[in-house]
Unconditional design. Structure first.
Length: 537
């Protein structure tokens, strides 16, 4: 037992320190204030939405639905994240050789890694569910049992999604390990599965209606859809100590049984995922020499393509953008009909007129929320000093990494643009401005990401997931992107209120982002030498 606790402590201290910042000056600002500000900022946004929602639900006496929506949403997000995180969190970790050489059972190592995964998801979920719990308490003034149940629910709700995602991760890793290009195959499987889940979510309305027609009350509906959330709401509405204990033990039993089952297969699958399939082919050996910029960009793109969690996290938004563009062209009439039902003041012609702005907003969201460069420095890991020793200027390293990200992002966005252009008749000015947006916005996103990653690198991660999903630079980049998306949305709405033409709106915002792009470039030119010299792996 002491070994287990020691192992958990070491892993949490080293791997789960999401806000660990490597700078020469580890001030209180870096260690405490920045993470605290980001946390409070996110919780304030979530709390604001929860307040607006409960103010609508309270007159209908349906206040508890706010808990249902938030609990279900974070469970779904945990499942989605876990599907592509579990593979790299559990397999091919950089500390495998050390861990497997210790006198510890393989099942114990698996437990520690899944527990680490659970702790992070608990922290992440709390940022979203805790504000909803507080808002509900403020409006409803419940008794003490509500607080007890809600605290327990914070710990309980991540368990089932994590268990399901771990089994899926095991399955995907097991299948992909049989192929030569293991990482690429795993990425394809993961992306396909996520798209299927998104499609099922889009068509969930029919499924839900079937349940509603058979259910006697809303609590019955929730239990039939998803037991953890349904039971939580049931306990909030009617507390029963027996039901609470049943709720706790059910999840604990599921968790430990899953550990036992997965432990039987873990070492075998982890070993097979490390095997290299060699096919002997009699081919002449050629040495191909590339230019410096070509070689470096190819290296960055290859790292992106062969890192499942990286391509899934950063690339899924690009794939989803294309899928939404396709769906928008095929299902436009039905989508427009749904909008007309909810907004009776609009006409079909008005909706069609706003399609360029809708596409522009989608380009903004996709570009600014796809931050590839926010972890490119950190993914160098211990080899960063080798990178610094190459005959490259600091600004060249930055340019090549940004160029690789742009080469990945821009073609995907242009594919989505082309699909919309074929379906709808835009004038040539609007098409030109949208194409410019599809170039400027990915550049801005890439410059923001590399700037933040130079400031807050994480070079001691034991797996790629910690860099891509659990590093401060990734979090800050997402928050900056989210803030810019919000500001852009506000500007668009304000200009629509003043009846400004679509292409004028797009032009003005393009000018704004061009200024931001120029400012970021000037800043990087002045600071990248110092930033790179200060980073030590």
């Amino acid at each position: 037992m002491n070994k287990l606790f020691s192992l958990i402590k070491v892993n949490l201290n080293h791997d789960m320190n999401i806000f660990k910042i490597h700078t020469k000056k580890n001030t209180k600002l870096n260690k405490i204030i920045i993470p605290l500000i980001l946390t409070l900022y996110l919780m304030f946004i979530v709390g604001t939405y929860a307040t607006k929602l409960i103010s609508i639900l309270k007159p209908l006496h349906l206040e508890f639905i706010i808990l249902t929506l938030f609990a279900t949403a974070i469970s779904f997000i945990t499942l989605m994240e876990g599907i592509y995180k579990s593979g790299t969190l559990l397999f091919n970790c950089k500390d495998d050789d050390l861990m497997f050489s210790l006198p510890i059972k393989k099942r114990t190592i698996l437990f520690v890694r899944i527990f680490k995964f659970y702790i992070f998801e608990f922290m992440y979920n709390s940022l979203f569910l805790l504000p909803a719990i507080i808002v509900y308490a403020y409006y409803m003034q419940p008794n003490w049992t509500y607080y007890l149940i809600s605290v327990i629910a914070l710990f309980i709700l991540p368990i089932i999604p994590i268990v399901i995602s771990c089994f899926i991760g095991f399955f995907l890793t097991s299948i992909s390990s049989k192929f030569k290009k293991k990482n690429i195959v795993q990425t394809i499987f993961t992306m396909t599965l996520l798209l299927i889940i998104m499609y099922m979510s889009y068509n969930m309305k029919t499924f839900t209606n079937n349940i509603v027609s058979q259910a006697t009350n809303i609590n019955d509906i929730l239990i039939k859809i998803y037991y953890p959330v349904g039971k939580y709401i049931s306990l909030v509405n009617s507390f029963n100590i027996k039901d609470l204990l049943e709720y706790i033990f059910f999840h604990l039993i599921i968790f430990f049984i899953s550990i036992f089952i997965l432990g039987k297969l873990y070492f075998k699958i982890n070993s097979s995922s490390k095997k290299t399939i060699i096919r002997h082919e009699a081919k002449p050996y050629k040495i191909k020499q590339n230019k410096k910029i070509t070689a470096f960009i190819k290296k960055e793109i290859n790292r992106f393509i062969t890192t499942p969690v990286f391509i899934t996290n950063a690339g899924f938004g690009l794939v989803l953008f294309i899928a939404i563009c396709i769906l928008g062209t095929i299902k436009f009439n039905s989508i427009a009909a749904s909008i007309l039902i909810t907004s009776k003041n609009l006409t079909l012609k008005q909706i069609e007129d706003k399609v360029p702005l809708i596409l522009f907003a989608a380009i903004c969201f996709t570009s600014l929320m796809t931050s590839i460069t926010s972890c490119m420095i950190s993914l160098e890991n211990k080899s960063f000093n080798i990178l610094k020793s190459l005959p490259l200027k600091s600004i060249e390293i930055v340019i090549y990494k940004v160029a690789a990200a742009i080469i990945i992002m821009i073609p995907c966005i242009l594919i989505g643009d082309t699909i919309i252009f074929i379906k709808f008749s835009f004038n040539w000015i609007t098409i030109l401005l949208l194409l410019i947006s599809s170039i400027i916005l990915p550049i801005v996103s890439s410059l923001i990401g590399i700037t933040v990653n130079l400031k807050y690198p994480k070079l001691d991660a034991t797996n790629d997931t910690e860099v891509v999903k659990q590093s401060l630079s990734s979090m800050i980049s997402v928050f900056i992107g989210l803030g810019l998306v919000g500001i852009t949305g506000i500007l668009i709405m304000k200009m629509i209120d003043f009846n400004i033409n679509n292409y004028i709106i797009i032009l003005l915002i393009n000018i704004l982002y061009s200024i931001i792009c120029f400012g970021l470039w000037i800043y990087l030119k002045k600071t990248c030498d110092k930033s790179i010299n200060n980073i030590n792996s």
